[in-house]
Structure formats: structure tokens, C-alpha cells
Write a protein of this length. Structure first.
Length: 322
């Protein structure tokens, strides 16, 4: 006989199920897998290209390629900022970087631990892959479970992908490579370690998942107070163009404010739902303000955030009395 779930456990389970990605079915046994990543670089500044991810939740249909990556040309070889969800994606990105610059990558920067940004490192020599110490520690702790989950979701897209822990530890400050000057900024909030990079030559800020543009922010490891503080830091950095972790490039300077607006509303919405006594499913079904109508995956990310935060919010409001 299955044990009976308590109310809190049922709510957590329903909320988690509501936030799962749903995509096209994986190939049946015996079928030939013909999927491939078709990367389309967008030149956004001299020697700098954005490779956009799909504006959708992660699913088999998109091969998990939902995160943005960037390629920066240097005389020593290109620098990659993030490397996608799988070995296959990382290999396609490496080949693209070579076509664009004529050289093999000299450095791969991993902005944070999430698999859509980090697991493509399997396609590179780990000695070329670099991350903040906090990110490396999180990958060592959570990477095996995340990799297993990606295999379950993406099936054949993940062929040959093994968790690759970066061997280079980054420190904040100036990084000079092949004539390019990159300012590394160590932050946190979206995860326990979030790397942002300011390219001095072009004035481009590579913000990683600290900034989402025209897409609702994801919160699986988020600390919202630290995230807001990180947004303050990013807003104070002098830049002419911002590349978010998800969504289009932002030359108009609106993506930071948009991300903050969603985080502020999310905090208030979840606290208000708990105050009304709504359960997790009800909290995830509440109306989303009209100003967010243009954000991709808004309902999906609201439901995921309920799963991430709601149990703790309820526990704080309704302490145990026994």
C-alpha cells in the first residue's frame, strides 16, 4: 500500500508537476534519431555574436537549446559565454565559433550551474572551461542529478554528454585575452554564483540569467533579495548593449527593469496567495498582470516558482503548533 501523502506534500507534488516541461515525444526504440542543432549567430557588435535560445520551456522538441550563448572573437581564439545543454550543442557551438573567427575556442565561460547553460562543456577540454568557485561547487553538488534529469527529458539529444566540471576558477576583475579586455563580475541571486561579463571594446554586458528579456525569469535556485541587489549592480555598470540569458539583445536598456518588475510582482503575488489561503495549484493559476502579456513562458514560470517558493512561504505564515 502506498503511504498517504500529507497536505503539504500533495501541494508540493502538484506544484512541481505543474512546472514540468512538456514537449514532443522522444523517438521510439529502434527509430533513428536525426535531431541536430541549427545555430544562427546574430552579429551584435564587432567581433561579438549572440546565439539565441528558443523562447520556450525546455523540451525534447527544442533539444533543450533555450539559453543564449555568446561568441567573442580574440586574437588568441574566441571566448564563449555559456555553452548550451548537451555535448552535441557544445560541439555545434565550437564549430560555429571556428567558422566565424577562423580559430578554435580559447576559453569557455560558464555563467552559472543550470544545465541549459553548462552541460555543453562536455564538448570541450575541461582546462578551457572556467567558472566562479561558487558555480563549480554547485555543479559538483547538483550536476549529477541535473544531468540525469536532462537525459530523462531530452533522451537522444544528450548522447555522449557527461558532466564536465570546469578546471579554471575565475576571480572578479579584468581578464585580458588576445587583445580583448573583459571585466568579470561575480554576483548571485538567480543562483548561488552568477557571472556577468562587461566587454570593454563594445560596451556589451553579458548578464547571463540575472536578466531575462521578454521572457519570464526562472527561479529554481533563486534568492530574490540577492537577485534584486545583483540587478542594482548591473544597472550601475556602464554599457551600451545587454545580452540576457534568455530573450533578445537589449539595446534600449529595458531588460533589467523588466526582470525586476517580474520578481517584485512574483514576491507580492505569492505572499498574497498564501495570505488568502490558496493552495499551490490555485496560486499558480492566479491572474498575471497585463503588462507581462509579452513575456514568453509566463504561466509556466509562475507555476514553477510556486513549486520553488510556496512551501516555505506557507511554513512561515503557518508555523507548526505541535
Amino acid at each position: 500500500m502506498r503511504p498517504r501523502l500529507g497536505a503539504a506534500t500533495r501541494r508540493q507534488t502538484l506544484g512541481a508537476l505543474a512546472g514540468l516541461a512538456v514537449g514532443a515525444a522522444a523517438p521510439l526504440q529502434g527509430e533513428t534519431f536525426a535531431g541536430r542543432y541549427a545555430l544562427r549567430p546574430q552579429a551584435v557588435a564587432p567581433g561579438l555574436w549572440l546565439v539565441r535560445g528558443a523562447a520556450a520551456p525546455m523540451a525534447f522538441a527544442n533539444g533543450g537549446a533555450i539559453a543564449n550563448c555568446a561568441i567573442l572573437a580574440t586574437m588568441a581564439g574566441p571566448v564563449l559565454f555559456d555553452c548550451g545543454p548537451s555535448r552535441g550543442y557544445g560541439a555545434a557551438l565550437r564549430a560555429l565559433a571556428r567558422r566565424l573567427t577562423g580559430r578554435d575556442p580559447a576559453l569557455v565561460l560558464v555563467s552559472h550551474l543550470h544545465p541549459d547553460h553548462a552541460l555543453g562543456a562536455a564538448a570541450f577540454d575541461p582546462a578551457l572551461v572556467a567558472a566562479l568557485p561558487e558555480t563549480i561547487a554547485q555543479l559538483e553538488r547538483d550536476g549529477p542529478a541535473m544531468t540525469d534529469a536532462m537525459f530523462r527529458l531530452l533522451a537522444d539529444w544528450m548522447r555522449g554528454t557527461e558532466l564536465a566540471i570546469p578546471l579554471r576558477r575565475l576571480t572578479p576583475g579584468l581578464l585580458e585575452l588576445g587583445g580583448r579586455r573583459l571585466h568579470l563580475v561575480a554576483l548571485a541571486g538567480h543562483s548561488g554564483g552568477d557571472l556577468a561579463v562587461l566587454d570593454e571594446a563594445s560596451g556589451t554586458l553579458l548578464a547571463g540569467d540575472l536578466v531575462f528579456h521578454d521572457r519570464a525569469p526562472a527561479t529554481p535556485h533563486a534568492d530574490l533579495a540577492r537577485w534584486r541587489a545583483a540587478l542594482d549592480t548591473l544597472a550601475a555598470l556602464p554599457h551600451r548593449l545587454l545580452l540576457p540569458g534568455h530573450g533578445p539583445a537589449d539595446p534600449a536598456g529595458r531588460a533589467i527593469a523588466q526582470t525586476r518588475d517580474w520578481l517584485d510582482w512574483l514576491s507580492e503575488a505569492l505572499a498574497g496567495a498564501a495570505a488568502q489561503g490558496l493552495d499551490m495549484v490555485e496560486a499558480g493559476a492566479q491572474p498575471i498582470p497585463a503588462r507581462f502579456a509579452g513575456l514568453a513562458a509566463a504561466r509556466y514560470e509562475l507555476q514553477r516558482s510556486v513549486a520553488h517558493f510556496y512551501a516555505a512561504i506557507e511554513a512561515a505564515r503557518l508555523p507548526r503548533i505541535d
